[in-house]
Design a protein around this ligand. Structure first.
Ligand SMILES: O=C[C@H](O)[C@H](O)COP(=O)(O)O
Ligand SMILES: C=C(OP(=O)(O)O)C(=O)O
Length: 368
């Protein structure tokens, strides 16, 4: 082993050719230990199971409510996340006839090149990369959010992290940088919750449709078990996958023509013609003011009877906008990744989405 790569891997690989660019390997606690430290209680498990069923029913068209995935772009401050959850939880109850509200509780951020990769990877936001602390913290945040009565949705990025967290997650997303990734499609095939695949950053919706089809199939691949041992994982396939429109490099795809084109791809693939529409990212140009306008346009179309919009995703936090990640001196309740809609505007948008969902039901019941 060269002096620039002081790694003890325990392998018998000739040292001149292995780990030349690895600086350290630090074993993680096995998932079983992290889960046992903060297990789901019965109430939380009931909430997770019921909200997974509700999300799956909405996405397949068996439930005519609107699924709304709303919350910060990323969690960086557990107190602010919980503060947000305490404000959102009463609205989940108030709008339960018309909306299935799930909080965005995102811990793993995919980056276009480099940047802060989220609470699990670097909880201190100081490049100390205390992943052990990050994993435990993420699990605590999930359980604390569930305790408010809110189910949680998250992006699944690291293929091994579901073993630590997925029992507490009601809805999952595969981000725009990974819908074509075989590793992610395989992982989703074994997940217990409904999962949305985003269209690719270049705008390809077919990548997401193909992702859903691959994840619906039984798969065999490399993974870890509850003891953290490298394992061959065999899955039965996830039938509850759907497409998320998030816009792309060529512009937004939330409008009626783009939605119709996406629904045609779903029809051709034999999938339910139901979409999640993300009001943020490529659909808003990451401008939170524009994002609110997109939500209003979607609410208008839902109220007019559009049945292809099954779910809306929005990025919202206590304070509007965004700031750069830093270990100290941050504005409380403001995003450190993409710009978010502030709480006051969020409340109004949720009311609009609830009215739109109710109006769509009336429209349907009147035989329109
Ligand atoms: O949702 C968050 C961001 O859009 C995503 O992580 C990419 O961010 P970046 O382009 O700033 O890296
Ligand atoms: C990273 C995200 O979005 P996208 O994959 O669409 O860029 C996100 O929703 O946090």
């Amino acid at each position: 082993m060269s002096s620039t790569a002081p790694v003890q891997t325990g392998t018998t690989t000739p040292p001149r050719t292995s780990d030349l660019r690895v600086q350290s390997l630090e074993p993680l606690e096995p998932p079983r230990e992290v889960v046992a430290a903060r297990p789901l209680n019965d109430a939380a498990a009931d909430l997770v199971a019921a909200s997974r069923d509700a999300a799956a029913a909405i996405m397949s068209g068996r439930d005519d409510r609107l699924l709304v995935v709303v919350g910060p772009c990323s969690i960086h401050d557990p107190s602010a996340a919980l503060d947000y959850a305490h404000r959102l939880a009463p609205l989940r109850t108030a709008y339960a006839d018309d909306l299935e509200i799930v909080m965005r509780v995102y811990f793993e951020k995919p980056r276009t090149t480099v940047g802060w990769k989220g609470l699990i990877n670097d909880p201190g936001m100081d490049e100390s990369y205390d992943v052990r602390r990050g994993l435990r913290l993420a699990r605590s945040v999930l359980l604390d959010v569930l305790a408010t009565g809110l189910p949680a949705g998250t992006e699944l990025l690291e293929p091994t992290s579901p073993q630590y967290l997925a029992d507490a997650v009601s809805w999952g997303a595969i981000g725009a940088r990974t819908p074509e990734s075989q590793v992610h499609r395989q992982m989703v095939s074994g997940l217990s919750m409904p999962v949305g695949f985003k269209n690719a950053t270049d705008g390809s919706v077919q990548a997401a449709v193909d992702g859903c089809r691959a994840a619906a199939a039984a798969q065999t691949f490399f993974g870890i078990d509850g003891d953290g041992r490298a394992s061959v994982v065999s899955t039965s396939g996830n039938p509850d996958c759907h497409v998320i429109l998030r816009g792309g490099h060529d512009g937004p795809n939330y409008g009626v023509a783009s939605r119709r084109a996406a629904l045609e791809l779903l029809e051709r693939a034999g999938m339910p013609q139901r979409l999640v529409v993300d009001a943020s990212h490529g659909n808003s140009g990451k401008d939170h003011v524009r994002q609110a306008a997109v939500v209003r346009e979607l609410a208008h179309d839902v109220a007019a009877g559009d049945r292809g919009i099954a779910a809306v995703m929005l990025e919202s936090f206590l304070v509007p906008g965004k700031q750069a990640p830093a270990p100290a001196g941050l504005t409380y309740g403001q995003s450190v990744t993409d710009a978010c809609i502030g709480w006051d505007v969020t409340e109004g948008l949720l009311a609009e989405l609830a009215s739109a969902s109710a109006a769509r039901r009336v429209d349907r019941q009147s035989g329109a």
